[in-house]
Write a protein that binds this ligand. Sequence first.
Ligand code: ZN
Length: 493
Amino acid sequence: MAQESARVAPETMARYEAVIGLEVHAQLETLTKAFCGCSTNFGDAPNSNTCPVCLGLPGALPMLNARALELAMRASLALHCRIQGRSRFARKNYFYPDLPRGYQISMYELPLALEGWVEIALEGATKRIGITRVHMEDDAGKSLHEGFPDSDRWSYIDFNRCGVPLIEIVSEPDMRTPAEAYTYLTTLKQVLEYTDVSDCNMEEGSLRCDANVSVRVRGETKLGTKAEVKNLNSFRYLAHALEYEIERQIGVIEAGGKIAQETRLWNVAGGRTEPMRSKEFAHDYRYFPDPDLLPVSVTEAAIEEVRRGMAELPDAKIARFLREYALTPYDAGVLTATRALADYFEAAVRAEAPAKPAASWISGELLRRLHDAGKEIEDCPVTPAALAELLAKVEGGEITAASGKKVFATMFESGKRAGEIIAAEGLGQISDSGAIEKIARAVVAKSPDNLAKYRAGNEGVFKFFIGQVMKETRGQANPQMVNDVLKRVLTES
Ligand SMILES: [Zn+2]
């Protein structure tokens, strides 16, 4: 294996390109499982959410959860897929201790939806990534090999996850770099969260990702042999595993070797992919239509109903924010990163915050403080109405922008309203031109050298004088007034 870990020279790497496709599993946000009434609640006592259906006991009959189908349809529409009028569940047969039925219920030859796409934005350019298919399936249980006093001898199994509804979203091999794959997964997550299809909680296993990776010499159109990399359960793992795998494959080819078609596992501790097993082929699973479940039939009317009930998607929201609020593309992008953040912004605007300043305050001050405090927008101590009240005071000239930031910091820490803080700390803006002039004259008198420079045509020192006046007034002087007064004082004195 020595050749596999050897670093490949950058010039050699540059002669190749990677071809990446992702298979993403997302847990549908239902209260109950895909084919029975057991709860899907995460963290319940092991094996407490089980019944004859999800344990696969003889004679138990599964019945499709209508809500799961609706969410899967919603995801398909959000990903611009064509929902098929007729799809069908199949049995994917394999043996594993966490799969008591001996088969997974999954769609195979007739998936729910086909031929969609998502658009990703990367370094100022956009690219469309094709979606091959979206199909429904159920999850397996979980083997627990650690954490028990007798874990050295026994493994335990928790069947609570067994039968939890998933969708699998299979992309076309349209990605060429780890960064594109990372952005695709981010975009997919955003779409699934926006539409309430999945909470996409990676720690709880609600979003999982496998990658198909191959490499080829640039200019070549034929696909190379691919490896499937599993266990990419965080964005960071995905990027690292792809980087490693691409370099490994190039190394193998450069050394005259051949890429094996196999399944590999990302070893987090070792920072490398490792062979897990040679790749199974579809025929190994002996797929056949599940005789216990009726084919899924979806009418045009049902598709329309799902479409009508769908929340606005990220792309549409960005376009609307640009149009309706005249935001910069940057602010529109930041504010629509999550639905909660976009809702916060619009609530502030409804509370009469001016849109553009609200956008820059939220994408700047507010997000920075949330980040530093390790909080999400849902837990923001400053309500949209309170932010609107503060912005009205800044925009109306009652306090300066600099004081506004101080007031905001106090609001964030104390939960107090802006008016209260301004009164208590005496932060009202100084708009008395006589008072400002007095300070300006004193500042100028203290710096004859800089005055001489200004008069000799050095406009740069003007900023110095502005800074001094603002310092003297603790940032509370009306900036426009300071500007006007100083210009007058500097030319006449
Ligand atoms: Zn059950």
